[in-house]
Design a binder for this molecule. Structure first.
Ligand code: AMP
Ligand code: MG
Length: 418
């Protein structure tokens, strides 16, 4: 039950704009980083295991290492009695071996002695003591039979030497980093971090800590965008707040170009006001490839090159800047790191209220909850693109396709979960 309008020919459709922007970038090279700094980075090479994991047969319990064949018929009423010939804490290796009739006290993670093929947990013996500093007993009564391999972590159970454990083009998660350390890697090759020159032009912008004077606002986009960039693995060269003066803007951009940034990103100055000079800068010092997209919020979007470096001008309104980042910049930063194009995590939701749009592809702030057995969505207040708090209250962006101007209450839509 959606109403449609004709698409505005002066506005580039979002998918076309995304394609055009992405095509301007190729993946960056790789660099080695210490494993301790690798979490969140994108792996750049295949990793195979140089060793088995576990690297040796070890005990998975505190107990007694023994020969399973010695425990046949053991019970509480007729225990098997074994001579304890060694005490093996974790990290220590018993050079001798076990013979039939013998056992070794063993702790979790300690290597199994030669000859042993199973462990009986302390709970199944007469020796339940494992307080710090206690001596191993001279002999132990075993109250139940165990089978070969019981409570033993065999060598190579998790990973065999030579096996591929991690494939490239994946973001390293904490557990990935853990397994790299388990395998003994000190450093790993990862994609270079994309460097983003970030600029906030605007005479109204104040740095944090400055007194709030009439007509001024605090620069918030720099902080939000820096966090977004870091969140997808990019590094920021912060060009800070600059006044609405063409020469100062140029100086900042030149500095970023000199620092070898992969992307110039600005927020604001792309509307059509008298002081919105991003367009002029690009037309003078490079090229403007894209101007205005069929999107709500965030219609003003500039893309081109400044002295050969790709330049993306996001709108100044904070919600537009956020949505513009998610739709256009995030895929670029992923591509630079060798990651595939993201498919937003969406949920099919039922609208709890009537939703209007103007026919542009819209991303509306919404709260998605699970109610009455299904996902439902309601908007979070006024959708003005300067109202950042309504984005703070949202957990999703409701996606209204281009051309749709009305969705009735009860209709379905896709929500992009944030
Ligand atoms: P502009 O695109 O420069 O016309 O800016 C559109 C709106 O966004 C104006 O209300 C600006 O004050 C606001 N704005 C621009 N830059 C920022 C920024 N860095 N942080 C917060 N708001 C901004
Ligand atoms: Mg401005």
């Amino acid at each position: 039950m959606a109403e449609h309008t004709k698409r505005r020919p002066d506005l580039t459709p979002i998918p076309a704009a995304q394609n055009q922007i992405l095509a301007a970038f190729s993946p960056l090279g790789a660099e080695d980083v210490p494993v301790g700094e690798a979490a969140g980075r994108v792996l750049a090479a295949e990793i195979s295991a140089p060793i088995d994991l576990p690297a040796f047969d070890g005990s998975s319990m505190d107990g007694f290492a023994l020969l399973a064949s010695d425990t046949l018929g053991a019970s509480l009423t007729s225990p098997v009695v074994l001579k304890v010939v060694a005490d093996i804490p974790a990290g220590h290796h018993f050079k001798g071996g076990l013979e039939p009739g013998q056992a070794a006290r063993i702790m979790t993670g300690a290597p199994l002695p030669q000859g042993a093929d199973a462990v009986v947990p302390v709970e199944d013996t007469d020796y339940g003591v494992r307080a710090i500093g206690t001596q191993a007993p001279a002999q132990v009564e075993v109250y139940r039979p165990v089978e070969r391999g019981d409570y033993v972590r065999p060598r190579g159970q998790d990973v065999s030497q030579g096996e591929t454990v991690l494939t490239p083009k994946r973001r390293l998660r904490p557990q990935d980093v853990g397994v790299l350390a388990m395998l003994g890697f000190e450093a790993v090759p990862v994609s270079q971090r994309p460097k983003v020159g970030l600029m906030a032009p605007g005479d109204e912008l104040l740095p944090l800590g400055a007194p709030l004077t009439p007509g001024k606002i605090f620069d918030s986009n720099s902080y939000m965008l820096e966090a977004l960039i870091a969140g997808v693995g990019g590094a920021v060269v912060n060009l800070g707040i600059v006044p609405d003066q063409m020469e100062v803007v140029r100086t900042g951009l030149d500095r970023a170009v000199g620092e070898g940034v992969d992307l110039l990103l600005s927020t604001g100055g792309v509307s059509v006001g008298a002081f919105d000079f991003v367009r002029a800068v690009l037309e003078q010092e490079g090229e403007l490839d894209l101007w205005r997209v069929n999107m709500r919020p965030g219609k003003p979007l500039a893309f081109g090159r400044y002295r050969g470096v790709p330049y993306l001008g996001l709108p100044g309104n904070p919600v537009s800047a956020y949505v513009g980042f998610q739709v256009f910049v995030q895929p670029v930063l992923r591509k630079l790191q060798g990651l595939s194009r993201p498919t937003p995590e969406t949920r099919r939701v039922k609208l709890l209220e009537r939703v209007e749009s103007d026919g542009r592809e819209s991303y509306l702030r919404a709260v998605v909850t699970f109610e009455g057995g299904r996902w439902v969505a309601r908007l979070t207040g006024h959708q003005g693109s300067g109202n950042l708090y309504s984005l703070v209250q949202a957990n999703a962006l409701l996606m209204i396709p281009a051309g749709v101007t009305l969705l009735e209450q009860g209709a379905e839509a896709d929500a992009w979960m944030l």
